[in-house]
Design a protein around this ligand. Structure first.
Ligand code: ATP
Length: 255
């Protein structure tokens, strides 16, 4: 197993008012793994992922990241600890260029507040570290390099998803949290994006991937967890999940 922290989620519950979206869910992601979190619409996958990223406060349970406790910490603290979320729907700034989305995305990952943003933003834009990260990301995504001066709203759906992933990589994360990267994409683009994750894993990144397209996710994942109505109802290696008729039929919509 490669070096680095593991993510350990224990008995996590998430409520929205009286609605309980996650019910005592536990999972682990070890260094260098790609772990898929699967299940139908509304099963609680995004809620769990977003809670790990610090966007929701759990109503019970623990989130450990190596020696650190993340539960209850705000998103910028999770980002500072090395976690980066690629949100569902990408959430790009449509009227800004590809390059500015990357630079600002990197900065926002570290900023605690808008006030903190306004002062140093010029310095961040010009810093050598940021230029090096930008070069690294452009080497991974040549298509984004070609389109760096284009406004992000004019990119295709696949390119926008790549930009959302690239923006998360700008903070040099150790754990990438991806929420439904395949949504709205044609099958060949889904394969391209997921293939890219497999490559990033080879470079040392650890990935927790929420996906409704279970077959595509399990093709690149090492292990998977299946959620239903807020609970984790099954877990296993990707091969075990794919070869279980019961899981495929009951939870994954595969025949
Ligand atoms: P999807 O693929 O549709 O995003 P999911 O498995 O990610 O599904 P969640 O989005 O986590 O599921 O939703 C879990 C439950 O929590 C659902 O019943 C949903 O309606 C509810 N829920 C999600 N977000 C909110 C919110 N902001 N306020 C109230 N209820 C919410």
């Amino acid at each position: 197993m490669p070096d680095g922290p593991s993510l350990i989620v224990r008995d996590l519950s998430v409520h929205y008012g009286r609605v309980q979206a996650v019910r005592r869910a536990s999972l682990e992601v070890h260094p260098g793994e790609i772990v898929a979190l699967l299940g139908a619409n509304g099963a609680g996958k995004s809620s769990l992922l977003r809670t790990v990223a610090g966007l929701h406060t759990p109503s019970e349970g623990e989130i450990h990241w190596g020696a650190e406790r993340l539960d209850g910490l705000p998103a910028h603290r999770a980002a500072a600890a090395g976690l980066a979320l690629v949100p569902e729907g990408r959430q790009l700034l449509a009227s800004m260029t590809v390059r500015d989305n990357l630079l600002l995305g990197a900065y926002l990952h570290h900023a605690g507040s808008l006030g903190a943003l306004l002062g140093p933003v010029g310095r961040v834009y010009g810093s050598r570290e940021m230029r090096e990260r930008l070069d690294g990301v452009f080497a991974l995504f040549p298509r984004l390099a070609e389109r760096q001066g284009q406004v992000s709203g004019s990119l295709s759906g696949g390119e926008q998803q790549m930009l959302a992933i690239a923006r998360a990589l700008m903070s040099s994360p150790r754990l990438l949290l991806l929420d439904e990267p395949s949504i709205g994409l044609a099958p060949n683009l889904v394969r391209e994006i997921l293939g890219l994750l497999a490559r990033l894993r080879e470079e040392g990144l650890t990935v927790l991937l929420v996906e409704q397209d279970a077959r595509a996710a399990l093709r690149i994942a090492d292990r998977g967890y299946v959620m239903e109505t807020g609970r984790i109802v099954a877990e296993g290696s990707a091969r075990e999940i794919l070869s279980s008729d019961r899981l495929r039929r009951a939870y994954l919509g595969m025949v």
